[in-house]
Design a binder for this molecule. Structure first.
Ligand code: EPU
Length: 420
């Protein structure tokens, strides 16, 4: 398992090009199963999660070719039975369920496991598909869905903590080929849902309201191939913005979408960073005088849970008390104890982390536990004096494209050490 060796304490400055969004591309890849025609997907990030999803599509019978960051996918003859081991490994694989059901009328996939950030149930995905008339059985680690005919309905999809992103994606994809009109109430409003809707519309789907809590889908008989460019990854952009703020450097984020980053940029500004927007570029400057922040994670357009760990790393640098409350995933504080190895003062009280910031961080060996926790450890390591070894960076490779190379371009002293 690879690790990163970081010599911290330098302000990082320069330009970084933001890759395509992981959380947009995964459901978009699943959506290619809705047609037998060729789909071209551009700006696809080279991530291990994308690699997994492509293996899943290939195991179902799709043909996939890659040319740089462009994928050509043709799912002409596919089966509705996914490879148990492949699907179990990755949460995002659950979004093949809706397209397989819509196209083949039945599907059998393994249940994606819980994971380190929380239990991650799929009850809302299944509620959505049942709402369209599917029979759903969960048995021996598998979900079987079956529906000779899907019928549009009004379906309320809100859950315990609000909307579900991939649940909305699954239902929206299934509804494209249902008969009649489906209305999803309490739909997720994330930009990744809008990007998926844009791809589906390019395939011939009739969808309105994506990006709002009410999405309306008029079912069509068939979808055709389409050519689509994936949106920029707002979480990668936010992570590099946090790098600039935490190291007191200045980073220009090329291709980032400031309109998807409202809550994150607002908090960075509150923390003392300077933000400049110009056509196609966003620049974040760490002013060197950081202030404490209060953050509560929420569904879009609130502060994203996927940026919580990175801003906790930043808060460790800000003199004073920051309060970070996690409302989306119950166990998403695994990074706190690792940040404490670097000298941070953090107390977890229920869903909140109380961060007493401003103590100088110093390098230490730390262990990455999930994707965004890993990013937080890298940020803290870059800000800390001395050397930090971040173990298990395979978590990071799931969602950040060549992160160490992008950081090196900004002047970071960071090396990947293969194996262990
Ligand atoms: N939930 C349910 N039942 C369900 C589905 C979700 O109770 O059937 C709950 C979850 O347990 C959670 C909340 O609803 O408390 C929201 O979960 P959501 O379904 O929105 O999460 P997701 O769609 O599985 C995506 C991203 C996550 C991101 C969340 C929230 C992908 C592949 N994953 O997950 O990304 O944190 O939305 O924004 O799109 C990451 O990139 O690091 C990551 C974890």
């Amino acid at each position: 398992m690879d690790s990163f060796l970081i010599e911290g304490g330098l302000p990082l400055s320069g330009e970084v090009t933001i890759s395509g969004s992981k959380n947009a591309v995964l459901p978009i890849l699943a959506a290619t199963l809705l047609t037998s025609e060729t789909c071209i997907i551009r700006r696809v990030p080279d991530l291990s999660d994308v690699g997994f999803m492509l293996k899943i599509l290939q195991s179902l019978g799709a043909e996939v070719t890659r040319d740089g960051d462009t994928l050509t996918i043709r799912a002409a003859n596919i089966s509705g039975r996914g490879d148990y081991e492949l699907i179990r490994k990755m949460r995002g694989s659950i979004c093949i369920l809706g397209p397989l059901l819509a196209r083949l009328k039945e599907a059998v996939v393994s249940l994606p496991g819980g994971c380190v950030i929380g239990t991650r149930p799929i009850d809302l995905h299944l509620k959505g598909l049942r709402g369209l008339g599917a029979q759903v059985e969960v048995e021996a680690g598998y979900v079987r869905v079956h529906a000779p005919r899907l019928e549009g309905q009004m379906i309320f999809l809100g859950g315990r903590v609000g909307p579900t992103v991939l649940g909305t994606a699954n239902l929206m994809m299934a509804a494209t080929l249902a008969s009649g009109i489906t209305v999803i109430e309490s739909a997720a409003c994330e930009p990744e849902v809008v990007d998926l809707a844009d791809f589906l519309i390019a395939m011939g789907a009739k969808i309105t309201g994506a990006g709002s809590p009410t999405i309306t889908i008029h079912g069509v008989k068939a979808l055709h191939g389409a050519d689509h460019e994936v949106i920029a990854d707002r979480i990668e952009a936010g992570t590099f913005a946090a790098v600039a703020a935490a190291t007191g450097g200045e980073v220009t984020l090329r291709g980032a979408r400031p309109d998807h980053l409202g809550a994150v940029l607002d908090k960075l500004q509150e923390a003392g960073a300077e933000i400049r927007r110009a056509a196609g570029v966003l620049t974040v400057r760490g002013t060197g005088s950081l202030k404490p922040i209060d953050i509560t994670t929420m569904p879009y357009s609130g502060f994203p849970t996927d940026m919580q760990a990175q801003l906790m790393a930043l808060a460790c640098q800000a003199p004073g008390t920051s309060i970070i409350t996690e409302r989306i995933f119950e166990s998403r504080f695994m990074h706190a104890s690792e940040l404490m190895r670097l000298g941070a003062d953090i107390a977890i009280e229920g869903p909140s982390a109380i961060v007493k910031g401003g103590r100088p961080l110093s390098g230490a060996p730390v262990m990455a536990s999930d994707l965004r926790a890993s990013a937080a450890l890298v940020i803290a390591g870059l800000a800390a004096k001395g050397s930090t070894q971040v173990h298990r960076v395979y978590h990071l490779d799931r969602g950040y494209e060549r992160m160490e190379l992008k950081l090196q371009k900004l002047g970071a002293r960071i090396q990947r050490t293969p194996g262990e």
